[in-house]
Ligand binder design. Structure first.
Ligand code: HEC
Length: 139
């Protein structure tokens, strides 16, 4: 039977070997991955900033409440799958809905919780919700 110390030594030496191996062969790859990750991060940031459909803002900041689920249930948020739940809000028109989202409502933080969002992004996200509702209604 192996003792605990023997086991530890074995694990430690494996760790060392792995590090050596990484340094010898894989380090360049790791660096490559880092650069790639930073690059991709930049690309997604640009994608959010320039996304005219508001789809990504919606997905990142609104869907957690407006697609049912636990937060939707807790806050009683209208669901994008249920146009009837939006009737009262949509009656006031899209502009009022954007305005209310910017200001926040009783159960929704200002800008729907996306503090860094611009008005244009919020407007795009509200329009995205509206287009989802229209699709749901078959329009
Ligand atoms: C914490 C949950 C939550 C999040 C996150 C959230 N909402 Fe809401 N939203 C609500 C609730 C709840 C209401 C219904 C009003 C109320 O009870 O406060 C609402 C109402 C709305 C309305 C109708 C407002 C009106 O009075 O005309 C719009 C439009 C809206 N949300 C858009 C968004 C958008 C866009 C986002 C993301 C940027 C978002 N919401 C994020 C919970 C949320």
């Amino acid at each position: 039977m192996k003792t605990k110390t023997q086991f530890k030594i074995k694990v430690a030496s494996r760790g060392k070997m792995a590090t050596k191996h990484l340094l010898r062969t894989g380090f360049k790859n790791v660096l490559g991955y880092c650069v790639l990750l930073i690059f991709l991060q930049g690309v997604t940031t640009i994608a959010v900033a320039e996304d005219p459909t508001g789809k990504s803002v919606y997905k990142d900041y609104c869907a957690s409440c407006h697609e049912g689920g636990f937060k939707g249930w807790i806050t009683g948020a209208p669901d994008v799958d249920a146009p009837s739940e939006w009737e009262l809000f949509r009656k006031k028109g899209l502009e009022a809905m954007v305005e209310n989202t910017m200001k926040g409502t009783e159960h929704m933080d200002p800008k729907g919780g996306c503090g860094s969002c611009t008005r244009e992004q919020i407007e795009a996200a509200v329009k995205h919700i509206d287009s989802k509702l229209k699709k749901e209604e078959g329009q």
